[in-house]
Design a protein around this ligand. Sequence first.
Ligand code: HEM
Length: 120
Amino acid sequence: MIKIFHLTFVLLSITSFVGRIYFAEKRPEMLEQKWIKIGPHIVNSLLLLTGFILVFQGQWLSGEYGWIVAKIIALLGYIGLGMVAIKNQGALRWKAFAGALACFVYIAIVAVSKNAFFFL
Ligand code: HEM
């Protein structure tokens, strides 16, 4: 059940991120709306919270947990690059956007494979 919530917040998180980049490009005034400012923070906090609940529920820390550490580090990349992409314009925005998406895809593959080095 918690996993369904987790996956829902995963989808809401990436949708709200791509949506904010769209607004930043096409309709920057939309970013001033309160719900667009606060909503993603709530979604991302709940994504993190459900992730931690799953860690304890699945007793993942008592086994091989490198993939969880990798997920958290890549999550910092997703958040940091996401902030750079939203706050900047031009080439820097698109580089940061691509980096954030790469982090997101990496996190999703690590989640499914449970292997931080799945590409080796
Ligand atoms: C952008 C961030 C995240 C994405 C895209 C993501 C993606 C996913 C996906 C796709 C699954 C399902 C895997 C499967 O059923 O095989 C999953 C499960 C899980 N995630 Fe996340 N996740 C994110 C953040 C986090 C964080 C921050 C944590 C922990 C601090 C976390 C911990 C877990 C755990 C423990 C599971 C359960 C694994 C299982 O029971 O098979 N996730 N995540």
